[in-house]
Design a protein around this ligand. Structure first.
Ligand SMILES: Cc1ncc(COP(=O)(O)O)c(C=O)c1O
Length: 356
């Protein structure tokens, strides 16, 4: 039996608009009750993690070249010096850890919620004494093959919770290596802050799932983008020219973060994201698109559906997704120091978001 695009669109709709259920949950238990601090953005969590690791001006921080340029603001605000290693087509470390330059911190990224293999990073840390920060911005709720939660495997883990939960902002830093006596500052005050019009609209739409659907959201987005194109010249807002140097304004998380973590239907969220991934994987493979990851293993809870496309294939991908009322976006905007010489793969990754 063949499944029509209409059936797939109906199923996808259910996954984008799951029923809201209040289920008691504990982030503290999830991370093994290690010290945690909450922030507005993962960039702030990294800034604090670097400071906890003792990073000061002119210290070297080793990060992957395949990274969004905004993340550099955490390193540059301290005055530390970023240097880069390579990742392969499946986002795993491509360089020999024994040949990597000396740095005080190395960042390992769980791209799109898929675990980074940490053995080579541990080898590097053993040789150099570097602190391992596990960037789990994308991987909240994901586990590795040994069943360990991503973000709890490095000396320090950072999470961008706002990427997978419907929140105006929210991120966390978790200190896993409690034996290393890092200096952890007190939690910054979490205050009621104003809500942006765009986020308030999203929340309203989310709560109105009885009359809203993905088609309407696509038209609404198209309208907003057309206004943006006319007023700024861009369909999608690019990152600011100084994004590599300026941290976001809000260091503190929104007040709703605590509630979202205390009442989270984890089972539903895991099956929602895995269900969307599997559906989109079959659609994109049928249309000859290459996924970034060959398989979705049982412990992985993906953040988006990432795939490779370049040249005219991007138009084809957009056409395929339009039939499902979905969109795709390129990721990431690379650091200025990396972009000119970046491998083609770094510039051909697109993703289909699971939150709108
Ligand atoms: C791998 C990775 N780490 C960290 C960040 C920064 O997250 P935030 O936007 O919450 O500061 C991003 C942003 O896209 C990212 O892709």
């Amino acid at each position: 039996m063949t499944v029509s695009p209409k059936d797939i669109a109906g199923y996808i709709h259910k996954l984008y608009f799951p029923p809201s259920r209040k289920v008691s949950w504990s982030f503290d238990d999830f991370i093994g009750r290690h010290p945690v601090r909450y922030f507005g953005y993962c960039r702030w969590a990294l800034f604090e993690a670097l400071q906890a690791a003792g990073i000061v001006k002119d210290d070297k921080v080793l990060i992957p070249g395949f990274i969004c340029r905004d993340l550099l603001s955490a390193i540059n605000t301290i005055g530390a010096i970023p240097s880069y290693y390579n990742v392969d087509k499946h986002t795993q470390l491509a360089d020999d850890p024994d040949s990597l330059p000396w740095a005080k911190v190395i960042l390992a990224v769980n791209y799109f919620g898929f675990p980074q293999k940490l053995e080579p990073f541990h080898r590097y840390c053993k040789r150099t004494g570097a602190v391992l920060i596990e960037d789990n911005a994308h991987g909240f709720l994901s586990h590795d093959e040994e069943g360990q939660a991503l973000g709890t495997r490095g000396d320090i883990g950072i999470f961008s919770l706002r990427k997978t939960l419907m929140l105006q902002n929210g991120a966390a830093m978790v200190v896993n290596a409690c034996d290393k006596s890092y200096t952890i500052k007190p939690q910054i005050e979490i205050k009621q802050a104003g809500m942006s019009i765009s986020f308030a609209t999203k929340l309203f739409l989310k709560k109105s799932s009885w009359f809203i659907n993905l088609r309407m959201i696509r038209y609404l987005s198209l309208f907003i983008r057309t206004v943006r194109k006319i007023t700024t010249g861009h369909w999608i807002a690019p990152s600011a020219p100084d994004a590599e140097f300026r941290l976001p304004v809000n260091a503190a998380p929104c007040i709703e973060l605590r509630y979202s973590l205390d009442y989270l239907d984890v089972e539903q969220e895991i099956s929602r994201r895995r269900g969307l991934y599997r559906l989109l994987d079959s659609v994109m493979r049928q249309n000859d698109f290459e996924p970034v990851f060959a398989t979705l293993s049982a412990q992985v809870v993906p953040y988006t559906y990432p795939f490779y496309a370049s040249g005219h294939r991007i138009d084809k991908a957009k056409e395929v997704l339009k039939k499902l009322h979905l969109e795709c976006f390129p990721w990431p905007e690379l650091p200025d120091a990396v972009a000119p010489e970046a491998p083609t793969e770094y510039k051909s990754v697109w993703m289909i978001p699971f939150l709108w």
